[in-house]
Design a protein around this ligand. Structure first.
Ligand SMILES: Nc1nc2c(c(=O)[nH]1)N=C([C@H](O)[C@H](O)COP(=O)(O)OP(=O)(O)OP(=O)(O)O)CN2
Ligand SMILES: [Zn+2]
Length: 121
């Protein structure tokens, strides 16, 4: 079994509806995102997937967040843009975009150096 690990980041603003405290106010984070991909097989080049292709697929998902106010996104009208929900959204969108035979193992998103959330199925 092989695992690929790809890190990226984005900057965005949000506020947490219903939160009793400062996080209900508009504020921002420099989120870091780590995606782990898993595959049993390699292609004829010896790759699970070209890192360049993986970065493109991941970027297609995360660029929607970059320099935005996350609460304005349709997705985050129904649920709060917490780190947990951001990880799940990235996981599911990436799973839909991934070529067959490559599984998105988990997505971890950090809103600071010390706090992050992982989603996997
Ligand atoms: N489980 C979660 N808890 C919290 C989330 C979250 O997404 N998942 N988000 C927040 C807020 O985004 C808030 O911005 C973070 O609050 P806090 O940890 O207090 O942020 P600080 O960087 O100021 O933390 P310090 O350690 O005090 O510097 C809240 N909780
Ligand atoms: Zn926050």
């Amino acid at each position: 079994m092989f695992e690929l690990i790809i890190d990226t980041d984005f900057a965005a603003a949000h506020n947490l509806r219903g939160y009793k405290g400062q996080c209900e106010n508009l504020h921002g984070h420099n989120w870091k995102v780590q995606v782990v991909l898993k595959s049993e097989k390699l292609d004829n080049l010896g790759m699970v997937i070209d890192f360049r292709e993986a970065k493109k697929l991941i970027g297609d998902v995360t660029k929607k967040f970059d320099h935005t106010y996350l609460n304005d996104m349709e997705h985050f009208k129904a649920e709060n843009p917490t780190t947990e929900n951001i990880s799940r959204m990235i996981y599911r969108e990436l799973t839909s975009a991934m070529p067959s035979g490559i599984k998105v193992e988990k997505v971890t998103t950090w809103e600071s150096d010390r706090c992050g959330a992982t989603y996997f199925e």
